[in-house]
Design a protein around this ligand. Structure first.
Ligand code: CA
Length: 375
């Protein structure tokens, strides 16, 4: 990819991305709701909404998903709910969308919950946690394991209604110009890494920096940062990191399944006719599935390109390094739950669900990947 295509990929971009109460009663919440009353559909009663995003306009996968979301809602509603999509910075700066939706300046936002840690740190459990749940486990916790109620309760304070609307799956560990053979190799390392993973890196003696998406390539090229993580092969290739970094590490221990969200102004959502509310929920569900499928199908192709077009060495973090990072993660999480009551309550549900899933995940998915999958 040449510099001009990379600029095009990032155009207008100040993107910053790139991370219980289990049991039958909770699992049945979705199906035990009161049946929807037959809505009185008034086709003259239309709504014109706006969605703002934390991604640049038409950004591959993530921005594209917002365009699809608007189109699906338009088609399902017979044109009664029309949504205009704004990329980050077109109407609202990318990292101010939470506030803009909360105060009703726009009706919807698409982004990642860990961007709002400054509003309230417990949001981070609704994106991703280092060494936490993968996409399947996370979806199960939110949809059937009690996570949804906790998420809605937390966001209701901001007059927001959150919905699952995408996932990156397991990310890659990042791009380095030196090998990581022991935990000491992370000491003094300046690395672009957001969220809780960044706090873990700090504990390992590194320095985590949050660099806007449009600046990472130049910073890495000029040595302002020594390393960076981003997402996975597809987006990483488009960013051009394979041209300026020698080692591409896996796995993305810091983001094992970064959930993405659709946030809707709660007052405005509740003022919609019930059928339009369900149409919004359904479009968000579709976005959740579409984004994950799109990342997986593209990552497959672009991992191959990275391996064959450049001089990149694909490397796994040594177990010794991962084990140490897991210890530091436990410390970071412990500090978080000690400092904040919401974090304590939500992490309890998160952690109980993760532990409860362990046996089932081990004998189903893990066993399949290790012993049965074609490779
Ligand atoms: Ca990332």
């Amino acid at each position: 990819m040449n510099a001009s295509s990379r600029r095009n990929f990032l155009k207008n971009g100040t993107m910053v991305l790139a991370a219980g109460t289990s049991g039958l009663a909770t699992a049945c919440q979705e199906t035990m709701k009161e049946p929807i009353q037959t809505p009185y559909i008034n086709f003259n009663n239309t709504y014109q909404w706006k969605v703002t995003t934390t991604w640049p306009p038409n950004f591959p996968v993530l921005g594209e998903a917002c365009n699809h979301l608007a189109q699906w809602i338009d088609q399902m509603s017979g044109g009664r709910l029309k949504i205009k999509v704004y990329g980050g910075g077109e109407l609202i700066p990318p990292l101010e969308s939470f506030e803009a939706v909360s105060n009703g300046a726009v009706e919807m936002g698409h982004g990642g919950a860990y961007y709002w840690a400054g509003k309230t740190p417990a949001t981070q459990f609704f994106s991703t946690v280092p060494f936490g749940m993968n996409v399947n486990q996370f979806n199960a916790w939110i949809i059937g394991g009690g996570g949804k109620a906790l998420w809605e309760d937390l966001y209701a304070r901001f007059d927001l209604m959150p919905m699952l609307a995408g996932n990156t799956g397991v990310q890659m560990g990042g791009w380095f110009n030196r090998e990581i053979n022991s935990i000491d190799d992370l000491k003094g390392l300046k690395m672009r890494m957001p969220g809780l993973g960044g706090k873990v890196l700090d504990k390992a003696g590194g320095t985590a920096l949050l660099v806007a998406g449009g600046e990472i390539y130049t910073n890495l090229e000029r040595g302002v940062i020594d390393a960076t993580e981003w997402i996975g092969p597809y987006h990483d290739y488009l960013m051009g990191f394979h041209q300026i970094a020698k080692y591409y590490y896996y796995p993305g221990w810091h983001e094992p399944g970064a959930g993405l969200e659709l946030i809707v102004n709660k007052s405005k959502f509740e003022a919609l006719p019930s059928d339009l509310q369900e149409i919004v929920r359904t479009a968000a569900h579709r976005s959740n599935l579409w984004i994950m499928a799109e990342f997986n199908s593209k990552n497959m192709v672009y991992l191959d390109k990275i391996m064959n077009e450049g001089e990149v060495s694909l490397k796994a973090f040594p177990n010794e390094v991962l084990n140490k990072l897991r210890e530091y993660t436990d410390e970071v999480l412990q500090e978080l739950v000690e400092q904040n009551q919401d974090c304590r309550k939500i992490y309890q549900s998160f952690d109980e669900f993760r532990k409860g899933m362990s046996l089932w995940s081990t004998l189903s998915e893990k066993n399949y990947y290790q012993n049965l999958m074609y490779s």
